[in-house]
Design a binder for this molecule. Structure first.
Ligand code: PLP
Length: 438
């Protein structure tokens, strides 16, 4: 027996996993390098999902590994409550530079979920700080995914993530989602139809009054709900309406940040300026957990008008952890040195053509692509939603490619350092899998 196999799998309550099925048929990864994982049986698996969208620079990136190793020997932990360490400040400056100084400040968290809850709290506290404390309502969107904190699931719109957990946050409303297979199937980039759905915000404003609404939060491209790409003009319209009504606009860029759309952020791709931006994942190349909320200068300034003392009663023990900061600083260096975003952009059309070559295969009812993301929607098996795509996931893994599925949608988001040969391998194997599905 392979010595790296765990003696028992009983005690680990696995997240977002069919535990009973997994423990009967485990998929155990033991190492990773570049574009590939190795599993416990020695098989090589092409990473079609950058882990969980979080490894843009590829696995075991030497510079990032070295930076974390060095930091752990130097400063294993340092508080950031009434204390600090240089890397946390250096990183904040570099992150702001990476946004071309369109944002002014960074609040560190440890995950995307915490970044979302932090952004929502900053939005609420901001309005209160400047005397508009009646703005307590938060607006999310159907099919949105904003992590698993109570704030995130309240503004999120995936039923399965909400229904076991009771009432959640009060004063939350949802915009409609923008997915429209009848009008927009097999689109490359932004779909034509649906910008008018942003106008639903007017309906919500008319119902509750703008003076009660603090913020709107959306994923510029929704990932976990199955790759929903905003219709042309939709995000710009949302921005206009938020500005008109004094509502803060939060972009949840946890998956779209750091090059995924072939621009640094989705805000760049869509040329829309949110007031706050949540990030995580690619921020440290997935090496050390970290999230960050980017805020426009006016937000921080509003808090600095308060009487002397702590301005924002919020933070995490590990906000700005030295290892996470080291990983993130090194990640930014790799982005610069290896021109990761430019490389991703150079592959975009090859990627798009490869994805759309799956059109016509059995059960494929939609294909959508943007940046280095793909969504491949399968016809569900009657009475068994999600089963067909999950079967594809298992078969693909057995054939040596890691894909991700949500419902009956296959979502692909490879490390941005991939080459054409990896695209060929990914879609060659995936096409074979799709042909074998019931
Ligand atoms: C858009 C978005 N927001 C938030 C999160 C939550 O991030 P985390 O799992 O790091 O808490 C995710 C995770 O996939 C995400 O896609």
């Amino acid at each position: 027996m392979n010595e790296t196999r765990p003696a028992s799998m009983a005690s680990f309550w696995m997240p977002f996993t069919n535990n009973r099925d997994f423990k009967l048929h485990p998929r155990l990864l033991v190492s990773a390098e570049g574009m590939y994982y190795k599993d416990v049986d020695g098989n090589t698996i092409l990473d079609g999902t950058a882990g969980l969208w979080c490894v843009p620079c590829g696995h075991a990136q030497p510079k990032i590994v070295a930076a974390v190793r060095e930091m752990i020997g130097q400063l294993d932990f340092a508080p950031t409550f009434q204390m600090g360490h240089p890397a946390a400040f250096d990183l904040a400056e570099q992150l702001m530079a990476y946004t071309n100084h369109r944002f002014g400040h960074v609040f560190y968290t440890n995950s995307g979920s915490e970044a979302v809850d932090t952004a929502l709290k900053i939005a609420l506290a901001y309005h209160r700080a400047r005397g508009e404390g009646s703005r307590t309502r938060l607006i999310g969107r159907e099919r949105g995914y904003h992590g698993v904190g109570f704030g995130g699931i309240s503004v999120g719109g995936i039923a399965g993530n909400r229904k076991p957990y009771g009432a959640m946050l009060p004063y939350v409303d949802h915009l409609p989602h923008t997915h429209n297979l009848e009008k927009n199937a097999f689109t490359r980039g932004e779909p034509e139809h649906g910008a008018n759905l942003a106008d639903e915000l007017e309906r919500i404003v008319a119902l509750h009054d703008a003076s009660t609404i603090a913020a709107v939060i959306v994923e510029p491209v929704a990932g976990s709900t199955g790759v929903l790409i905003p219709p042309k003009g939709y995000l710009k319209r949302l921005r206009e309406l938020c500005t008109k009504h004094g509502i803060l606009l939060i972009f949840d860029e946890v998956i779209t940040g750091f090059g995924r759309l072939t621009t640094p952020f989705a805000a760049d791709y869509f040329d829309v300026e949110p007031d706050l931006m949540t990030t995580a994942k690619g921020l440290t190349n997935g090496v050390v957990p970290m999230g960050a909320v980017f805020t426009k200068p006016f937000l921080y300034e509003a808090f600095m008008q308060a009487p002397a003392g702590i301005e924002l009663f919020h933070g995490y023990t590990y906000s700005g952890h030295p290892l996470a900061c080291a990983a993130s600083l090194a990640t930014l260096e790799v982005f610069r040195e290896q021109k990761i975003v430019e490389h991703a952009a150079s592959l975009q059309s090859y990627w798009e053509d490869a994805v759309h070559s799956l059109r016509g295969l059995p059960h494929v009812i939609d294909i959508r692509t943007i940046g280095l993301i793909a969504g491949i929607e399968l016809e569900p098996i009657a009475g068994k939603p999600g089963a067909r795509a999950f079967d594809a996931f298992k078969k693909a893994f057995a054939d040596g490619v890691l894909i991700r599925t949500t419902g009956d949608i296959i979502a692909l988001s490879p490390p941005l350092v991939l080459e054409k040969k990896h695209i060929d391998e990914l879609f060659g194997k995936l096409a074979k899998v799709l042909k074998t599905l019931d």
